[in-house]
Design a protein around this ligand. Structure first.
Ligand code: GLY
Ligand code: MN
Ligand code: MN
Length: 439
């Protein structure tokens, strides 16, 4: 992502918060995995959106119209010894030179400097509750400023949710963000293709997960966007199955929900395919219902349509399909009204996608479902989960869990399926799987 892109985002934020406002956004704290081992650092999405700054222990402060500089970055100082042990740091000069900060200060000076920046401001833009320890520090700084009341100095008395302001902006992806998301989706689509190619009965779910990770890493996506779901047989009916340790059985399906994170942007793709390369009659029949539901839902992702329209389209096809399969009985409209499809399809058809896999942005405005507009990205992911735990379900349907999920960008004239390179037609899946078996 170019430096100018981050500058544009900050400018947009400054225009919204205006003179008298100050925005404060810490990055995510480092998190301990066990004892001396930390999880790989993932910046806070809002922080990274504004700064592009990848290091931990950093705070962005934005003060429109501050004569000495509007974008301040508090970060770690250069330290040759610490850098020898733990890796390079941009330092204060780097924060200005490479990340466009007008001024940079040592993170250790935060307590000394931040109260002064709050003096005589009217509004603080800050996201309360995300980092409770930082909330406490901020309250302390405000109290310190308030204590100066008799010197004619006042503290801001309005708190505005910075998250809410930024999330509206993050909902609409820029050209560069769309490029990153295309890449994230294309890497994940390649990973799904590889999984289909290598899959054989007798392998373990974690071995398929390894193949996904291999493709992600080979193409520069150092992390999945969320833990990959690799669920075979009965596990395909567990929505967020992540144990990934069972052996793949001939005749079962494999459901893979895996997306790559590229440049802090997520993809989120699900494909379901037969472990032996051939759908059984029952598997194919259920698959066709889910696929038809997914295509009908994708067709509703259009500017001007509302957020719930893809879901309604999917529910309609799924319910009609369940009747067609003989699993549900009755009139489709009544079954939908009474939500009798829910034991088989219990989740929504999509969510916003962006820097976070379940991305930010409101789904309703006041009480109305939001309208799709160009630049939004949503997933479309209907499924059917025919678990033996469902009362009265005939045995021939058991353990058929199918979800098909794509990432869809709303364009000015319709939509673009970012993840289209992952096969989803039965013929395409089977021929990819056969082709690699023959080789
Ligand atoms: N991978 C999580 C989801 O599909 O929502
Ligand atoms: Mn998913
Ligand atoms: Mn999803």
């Amino acid at each position: 992502m170019e430096k100018r892109e981050f500058a544009r985002r900050r400018k947009r934020l400054m225009n919204m918060i205006d003179v008298g406002g100050i925005a404060i956004q810490p990055t995510a704290p480092e998190r301990v995995r066990n004892r001396d081992v930390f999880y790989p650092h993932r910046p806070d999405s809002d922080f990274f959106y504004l700064t592009g700054f990848p290091e931990p222990e950093a705070i962005a402060v934005i003060v429109p119209d501050r004569p000495q500089g509007e974008f301040l970055l508090f970060c770690r100082e250069r330290d040759p010894e610490a850098e020898t042990w733990h890796g390079r740091r941009a330092g204060l000069d780097g924060a200005c030179e490479f990340y466009g900060a007008d001024d940079a200060f040592p993170i250790s000076d935060l307590d000394d400097i931040l109260p002064g920046l709050l003096e005589n401001k009217e509004r603080i833009y800050y996201t309360m509750g995300r980092y409770p320890e930082f909330d406490q520090r901020l309250v302390g700084w405000i109290t310190r400023v308030n204590d100066k009341g008799r010197s004619g100095i006042h503290a801001p008395d309005q708190f505005v949710s910075l998250g809410h302001v930024l999330h509206e902006s993050r909902l609409f992806k820029s050209h560069q963000e769309i490029k990153a998301m295309r890449r994230a989706a294309s890497i994940a689509a390649d990973a799904h293709r590889r999984a289909m190619s290598v899959c054989r009965p007798g392998m373990f779910e974690y071995q398929i997960e390894a193949e996904l990770l291999h493709t992600f890493m080979q193409q520069g996506a150092r992390s999945p966007a969320y833990p990959s779901i690799v669920g075979s047989g009965a596990n395909s009916c567990i929505l967020h199955y992540v144990e990934n340790q069972d052996q793949l059985k001939d005749g079962d399906l494999l459901l893979i929900d895996a997306g790559a994170e590229y440049d802090c942007y997520a993809s989120d793709i699900t494909r379901t395919f037969p472990i032996n390369g051939n759908f059984s009659k029952e598997q194919a029949a259920v698959y066709e219902v889910v696929l038809e539901a997914q295509l009908a839902a994708i067709a509703e992702v259009q500017p001007g349509n509302t957020w719930n329209m893809p879901h309604e389209a999917a529910v309609e096809v799924i319910t009609r399909g369940l009747v067609g399969l003989g699993i549900l009985k009755g009139r489709v409209a009544k079954l939908i009204r009474e939500e009798l499809y829910r034991p088989y399809y219990m989740h929504k058809t999509g969510h916003w996608l962006g820097m976070d896999v379940h991305d930010v942005g409101d789904y309703k405005i006041i009480d109305e479902w939001r309208t799709f507009e160009a630049g939004m990205v949503t997933t479309v992911e209907p499924g059917l989960y025919l678990s033996p735990t469902i009362r009265g379900l005939a045995k021939r349907w058991w353990n058929i869990g199918i979800r098909i999920e794509d990432d869809v960008l709303v364009t000015k004239t319709g939509h673009e399926v970012l993840s289209a390179n992952a096969p989803k037609l039965i013929d395409d899946i089977e021929s990819l799987m056969h082709q690699d078996r023959a080789a």
